[in-house]
Write a protein that binds this ligand. Sequence first.
Ligand SMILES: Cc1ncc(COP(=O)(O)O)c(C=O)c1O
Length: 383
Amino acid sequence: MTPFEKKLKERLDKREIQKLKRQIIKQKIYSSTEIEIDGKRCINFSSNDYLGLAQQTYQAQSQIGGGASRLVTGNHQAIQNLEKWLEKFYGHGLKALVFGSGYLANLGVISGIVSRGDLVFSDKLNHASIIDGAILSGAKHIRYNHLDYQHLEALLEKHKEIPNKLIVSDATFSMNGDCADLAELVRLKKKYDCILLVDEAHSAGVLGPQGKGLAHSLGIQGGVDIHLGTFSKAYGAYGAYVMTNPLMKEYLINFARTAIYSTVLPPIICEAILQNLRKAKSMDKQRQNLISTSLYFKEKLIQQGWDIGLSETQIVPVILKCSKKALILSKYLNQHGFAGIPIRPPTVQNNEARIRFSLNVDHSKDHLDPLLDVLQKFLKEEI
Ligand SMILES: Cc1ncc(COP(=O)(O)O)c(C=O)c1O
């Protein structure tokens, strides 16, 4: 082993000792609610397939590959159709730009619009792709305490002389299930003359009428400069999109490097996305049920005495703090036929390890009640 390899191994060993080492688990997916993990069939409470659309099949009508990047010869009909559909769906003159993934969208948008000398104000619990975008941009990355808009305002006030300021926030926070106060963010962005980017990865398809997301559900979409959504969660596919004004779209086509220097999202994926978008649009009743079942689950968890943080959505964390305990509970759940994957640092902050339960429209009380029984049993056995 070379000294360099030894160093890498030491880093891995350290993760092992801290109970933070990750592994790719052997899995077989049967449906939106059933999965096999390490040979054990389980009810799946750990997927982002919130509308149960990921298991849809798609009869391919066009070719697999895009052939080139969008700006070379990759601007195929399917991606144009997809963007046209999104523009009609969101209305208000917003323009759509499709990216390869949510990660690539955040990286490309943030590093495209700010650079050295500019400022990025970002919630401390924003997704890793937002953090990486800010780092890549070279702008100063200023992180405000989670959902603490007084803190954000104090920071904006301190830096108000800097002309180019971007505020960026997840709409629904992926590991907490709580939501940003978008109305407050719009107020602050106007007061301090910033651009506001909202990442609706976990709210698009889930919140608001027709699943248009959190900003639309509050009627404040006009105050958000860049709406970012993914096709990889509720829409059950892959890829991402940005909805923005025509000038910003033109700008991103020229400066968002992950859109320029990467092969276009393939036609087969764009068509499958469109199929799921059309289905998702008409699922208001299922979305309503998802809110009700999530509320039921959260009430029962609180009654049992679990710390579920401030979850307002279908994402429900059971916060255990200790990584070892998260691993033990996850294993216990698996043994009893439930998939609840442990989330540990660095995905969450130190001492914030948890099981992140995520519900989808196909979960019912028949799935939740047995899970709640097992959680109760775990608490009793622990004592
Ligand atoms: C808030 C947020 N943004 C972006 C992403 C990345 O999206 P994708 O999985 O499509 O790359 C995720 C993924 O979990 C996310 O939670």
